[in-house]
Design a protein. Structure first.
Length: 256
């Protein structure tokens, strides 16, 4: 295990850099936990734990934008908590072997979201601009959709931010700073309540997770300086190539 810890720190560092610049850090940290020998469900729970500090600090950074829509925040927080509990509970009810078989498909879904999320968000913003005056039934459907997003986040953390942005675009939000603040708020409360469930069920690998978390914090700090010099598209292309390669590896490992 001691030989795995530096690798997990490096994975956390890279994940923190990617999350701060282009997103997609879970494509590095989650597979690293699996390769370090952490069982799939525990690796997923541990990855949620390791990622949460970044969500919290990011939410704090957007506190001004969130104060501007503070009347809407209780609904987002409540649904995030309900969805996070439900998703975490579903994860813990899933047999380890079934979740292991689902991992490549979950990674594929998250990869496709990362690649096409921007196009999806633009399409949804155009759609929402044509239907600004939604009916009460439409508002109810949006709440159900948000609940589904949060359940996914409690079950499998990778890709939650992209799905949240897509939901917010569909819900009619257009200010990117508010959207990013809400995205991080959703991710924070989904993760916090899921982590509480995971701690109660004792599925978090604390040593491995703490090393990834430390790397993530350091990587996020370094990224604040790198973001001024590295082109975001270059980093994004790296994440796409890495995520495709990792997804193909897990399909091969699980099914062949």
């Amino acid at each position: 295990m001691l030989t795995d810890l530096p690798i997990l720190f490096i994975a956390g560092f890279l994940g923190g850099v990617l999350n701060s610049i282009a997103g997609g850090g879970s494509f590095i940290t989650f597979p690293a936990l699996l390769l370090a020998g952490v069982p799939p469900i525990s690796a997923n729970a541990t990855n949620t734990f390791a990622s949460c500090s970044g969500y919290i600090s990011g939410t704090w950074a957007f506190r001004k934008e969130l104060r501007e829509i503070q009347s809407q925040l209780p609904r987002f927080i409540l649904i995030s908590l309900i969805g996070g509990i439900s998703g975490a509970w579903l994860l813990l009810q899933t047999p380890e072997s079934d979740f292991e078989k689902a991992v490549p498909w979950l990674l594929l879904f998250a990869t496709l979201l990362f690649i096409f999320g921007g196009h999806l968000n633009r399409s949804l913003r155009q759609l929402s601009s044509k239907h600004r005056h939604a009916s009460s039934a439409g508002a109810g459907l949006l709440s159900i959709l948000l609940l589904g997003v949060c359940i996914y986040g409690g079950f499998f953390n990778a890709g939650l931010g992209i799905i949240s942005l897509s939901y917010l675009a569909l819900a009619g939000f257009t200010d990117i700073n508010r959207m990013n603040g809400l995205k991080l708020l959703i991710s924070t409360f989904v993760s916090l309540i899921a982590i509480a469930i995971f701690i109660y069920d004792d599925v978090i690998a604390w040593y491995e997770g703490s090393m990834v978390l430390t790397g993530t914090v350091v990587g996020g700090y370094v990224a604040a300086h790198l973001s001024r010099t590295l082109p975001q598209q270059l980093i994004r292309n790296f994440v796409i190539v890495a995520s495709i390669g990792i997804t193909l590896y897990f399909f091969y490992d699980v099914y062949l």
